[in-house]
Design a protein around this ligand. Structure first.
Ligand code: CA
Ligand code: CA
Ligand code: CA
Ligand code: CA
Length: 299
């Protein structure tokens, strides 16, 4: 009987010890209340109990975890939201990392608001490809490249460039508009020639005389077919078709030389876009119905 009581007591002691161990509490050895040199401990001023700094099991605390304290004891600051601004707002070491493209970067070719070509530009507030920036003005392509309403040399950005320097006036016959004279008239021996005077676009005049560039390639056939070049804008061009026997196309008199109310022979004058209008202007020093032909403006 004494043996059974002893065994029962030992079991009771073991069981209580087991319960204490399962709870994690109450099995700590008695703690010191003061620190000795070399101890890595701190005191709880409220209880007077000291705890080892490295103790993995400080006094039980069933309360909720607290915020990580900041150095000054307040709550840690919440990182700022990342914005499209070229700055690392949230402090993660990356700039504008949540957006599609780096602010201000250049993207693909696109069509601008004025239908010219440009580049997409990454723009705020969402760092997206939202704007098509025109190419710079090309001063010699007849297009308003930069969409400012001015084309080529009319655009102030082209000022002073050699391509926009005013060109010197064309010398007579150097280049310009090809004008073709086709005349058919009375057959007469000899050659037919074209006499004329004209005023160039720069205001200088070519005095009356035979137009050397307009030669009669087949004398005696009663026809003159020649083409030569005049500066565009020449105004006026006044002329006469002179026949080998001294008669001339603009003589409307009823003398033996004239056409008696009509020109002597027929004439057509053609420019690059078709027939050019020819008017008759008075040339009658002796009060005779003599006329010259006139083209108002060379196109
Ligand atoms: Ca940012
Ligand atoms: Ca960032
Ligand atoms: Ca242009
Ligand atoms: Ca422009």
């Amino acid at each position: 009987m004494r043996r059974a009581i002893f065994v029962l007591c030992m079991f009771a002691v073991w069981f209580l010890t087991f319960l204490a161990a399962m709870s994690g509490c109450g099995n700590a050895p008695p703690e010191e209340t003061t620190m000795r040199p070399g101890d890595d401990r701190s005191d709880d001023p409220a209880t007077g109990v000291s705890y080892a700094a490295s103790d993995p099991s400080p006094p039980c605390d069933d309360g909720p975890p607290e915020d990580t304290p900041s150095e000054d004891g307040g709550a840690a600051p919440v990182p700022a939201a990342e914005e499209c601004n070229g700055v690392d707002d949230d402090g993660d070491g990356q700039v504008d990392e949540i957006f599609l493209c780096p602010l201000g970067s250049i993207g693909n070719i696109c069509i601008t608001s004025c239908n010219t070509a440009g580049n997409l530009i990454c723009t705020a507030p969402l760092c997206s490809w939202g704007f098509c920036e025109p190419f710079p003005e090309d001063c010699a392509n007849t297009i308003d490249d930069d969409c400012n309403g001015f084309v080529d040399c009319a655009d102030p950005v082209c000022g002073g460039l050699p391509v926009c320097a005013p060109s010197p006036p064309d010398p007579p016959g150097a280049d310009g508009t090809t004008v073709q004279f086709v005349y058919t008239g009375p057959v007469a021996p000899g050659t037919i020639h074209l006499d004329a005077w004209w005023q160039l676009p720069n205001g200088t005049s070519q005095s009356w005389g035979t137009v050397a560039e307009c030669v009669d390639v087949q004398a005696g056939d009663g026809a003159l077919n020649c083409a030569f070049v005049l500066p565009s804008g020449t105004s006026p061009f006044e002329f006469q078709i002179v026949l080998p026997d001294g008669r001339f196309w603009g003589d409307l008199s009823c003398s033996p030389q004239g056409g008696c109310g009509a020109t002597v022979g027929t004439l057509s004058v053609n420019g690059p876009n078709g027939n050019l209008a020819v008017s008759l202007v008075a040339n009658n020093p002796n009060n005779q119905p003599y006329f010259n032909g006139q083209i108002a403006v060379i196109p």
